[in-house]
Design a protein around this ligand. Structure first.
Ligand code: GTP
Ligand code: MN
Ligand code: MN
Length: 582
């Protein structure tokens, strides 16, 4: 046995002992193993089989009622020096955190099986990929990790070769929210999670590893780990431009990643290819461009609102081999959620007889888990070990006023400011109030594993001689009129905005320079077949100088929060904007 496997074995043995697990099972990722786990979960009630005629190999999981979303107030970054975690994270002293967790883990797996899940984030042969091992007592977590990562024997072989891996420990514990913690130890590439079975808290490869720990690793190694979808836009000439986009949770990443171009575009030969829908790891290549991979192998998407109208590709991939969490079911046992035009829920997400008085039938943060390969727009380029070269980076949020449909940053530094200053109204994806505007730099507020001040400086550092950086844009699909109605039809029609971005990348249109950035000039946005009146379009592209001055002040206050660590270049850039807002 290699010394690296010896280290892994000793670590597993330590937790087997501490947790008092009855058995230890090393996951190989095989079909047989998966079938056995499903059998086990059907027996225990962890999974409920859905209609095998309409949804073969699809299962429903109902989580504990108080365990339905990420818990940011219970998520900690534990660094030796508190300032390294920054005001953007909850911090706990690493030794104190470990002691707390060891007390919780003690004996917590009595009567349970401890699963060892080796996984690789990214194509197994990619130099950009990184590996981890998750210890968990939840077979539901194993089943999800199997869909969401490259899990099993191949990952273990890479770990043995490479040595370095992220060590994640997870136990559902007793699901008591008072005994729930998600701890990160970036300095030792460790994660410890207790008391939750929910996706972002329990599938440690995703937010914990691929964002919080990876962002720390990325800073040290000169790359970026981001909360971004990656898509390819193929034009009628057959050339494909790749775009990465960061929107906060439940703000449209999965939708945009799987967009189907509207009528007219399709006939002309435009296509959208999906590389990833949630996480993007990118690094400069030898030619100076940024190359991106999707570290995940599946989608953990928001179910409500997913329909043949909003996201036909997602709907198409959800007819077989999928896990649904906290959706409702129909009389003939099909999965159901708000936004589906057909079907009637008979049981709600908690398994009660559906009664509208109890609220929505499906939980607003109910999710599907499915292999990326089942998506009709999935591109083989997503498996390319070198990644895809980026033409554009997009930031965006949910803003019912102020922020126009789209604008382009003046340059990289301004783009970093746009990302750092972005804000969004909160959603059901995390516990807490919904609809409150909060700053969410690069959509990474819940996910950056270190001080945002250092993070902004790291972003700025990519602008160096020889770099051929993507253009940076900002979008807002969510602007509303006085009556509270969305001004922009969104979804497939977002293609029009993507097309304008590509035109800007290729320098085919001049755009219209404003104080906040470059907006589409007169006639530059394709309106053929678009159902929107001129006044609404004008409102969508309006820059309200007075309101933006207030916004600039709010951004300055926010950047001050990171003190000395906020790069001076961002304040200088903000001044540039302020001076033009007259
Ligand atoms: P996470 O997976 O939690 O990181 O979120 P996500 O960014 O992938 O969110 P998702 O694509 O699942 O978006 C969920 C919500 O955004 C749903 O309520 C959608 O209806 C809404 N949405 C997505 N795209 C658009 C759009 O173009 N316009 C409008 N109005 N709503 C949209
Ligand atoms: Mn996300
Ligand atoms: Mn998503």
């Amino acid at each position: 046995m290699s010394s690296k496997l010896a280290e892994l074995n000793a670590w597993v043995a330590h937790y087997a002992d501490l947790t008092g697990a009855d058995r230890v099972h090393w996951c190989d990722g095989s079909e047989e193993e998966s079938a056995r786990l499903v059998e086990l979960m059907l027996g225990s009630g962890d999974l409920i089989a859905l209609n095998p005629q309409t949804h073969p190999n699809c299962f429903l999981h109902r989580s504990s009622v108080s365990d339905v979303a990420r818990v940011e107030h219970l998520t900690f970054v534990c660094t030796a020096n508190r300032d390294d975690a920054g005001p953007n994270n909850h911090w706990m002293d690493p030794e104190q955190a470990k002691a707390k967790m060891a007390a919780l883990y003690k004996g917590c797996m009595k009567g349970r099986t401890l699963y060892v899940v080796p996984y690789c984030m990214g194509p197994i042969d990619s130099p950009l990929a990184r590996c981890g091992v998750e210890i968990t007592d939840s077979p539901y977590v194993v089943a999800n990790m199997r869909l969401m990562t490259r899990m099993g024997a191949a990952a273990l072989a890479r770990i043995e070769r490479e040595g370095t891996f992220v060590k994640g420990v997870h136990s559902t514990g007793d699901l008591n929210p008072d005994r729930r913690f998600i701890m990160h130890f970036p300095e030792e590439l460790g994660i410890q999670s207790f008391g939750s079975g929910y996706g972002g808290n329990a599938l440690l490869g995703k937010k914990c590893h691929a964002l919080r720990i990876a962002s720390w690793q990325a800073r040290q190694e000169g790359w970026l780990a981001e909360h971004m979808l990656i898509l390819g836009v193929e034009n009628p000439q057959g050339e494909t431009h790749y775009i990465a986009a960061a929107f906060p949770s439940a703000c449209g990443k999965t939708n945009l990643a799987m967009l189907i171009p509207p009528q007219g575009y399709r006939e002309a030969g435009w296509k959208i290819w999906t590389v990833g829908d949630d996480i993007c790891w990118m690094r400069p290549g030898a030619d100076g461009r940024l190359y991106a991979i999707n570290p995940e192998a599946g989608y953990f998407g928001v179910a409500p609102g997913t329909s043949a109208k909003t996201n036909p590709n997602a709907l198409a991939m959800l007819t077989h081999d999928a896990i649904f969490t906290n959706v409702a079911v129909t009389a003939d046992n099909q999965p159901w959620w708000e936004g589906l035009p057909d079907g009637t829920p008979v049981a709600d997400w908690q398994g009660r007889a559906f009664d509208p008085a109890n609220g929505p039938a499906a939980h607003p943060n109910s999710r599907f888990t499915v292999s990326a390969r089942q998506c009709p727009s999935y591109t083989p380029m997503a498996e390319d070990p070198q990644g895809v070269p980026l033409s554009a980076i997009v930031f965006g949020g949910r803003r019912e006023s102020l922020v126009p449909l789209v604008f382009e940053a003046r340059d990289w530094t301004h783009g970093v400011l746009v990302g750092a200053g972005m804000a969004s109204e909160t959603t059901a994806a995390a516990t807490g109030a919904v609809g409150v505007v909060r700053r969410d730099s690069m959509a990474m507020k819940p996910f950056a594993g270190y001080n945002f001040g250092d993070y902004f400086a790291h972003w700025l550092s990519f602008d160096k001689p020889g770099a051929k950086l993507p253009k940076i844009f900002h979008v807002n699909w969510f602007r509303k009129n006085a009556g509270g109605k969305f001004l922009w039809p969104g979804f497939g029609d977002n293609m029009r905005v993507l097309e304008w971005m590509i035109k800007r990348v290729k320098n085919e249109v001049p755009g219209h320079a404003t104080a906040i950035g470059i907006l589409p000039g007169e006639g530059e946005l394709n309106r053929d077949g678009l159902n929107i009146d001129a006044a609404d379009l004008q409102a969508l592209l309006h820059v309200d100088t007075h309101a933006w001055r207030t916004e600039v002040g709010a951004i300055a206050d926010y950047l001050e929060e990171f003190g000395e660590r906020t790069p001076a270049a961002l304040f200088e850039e903000l001044d540039k904007t302020a001076r033009q807002l007259v």
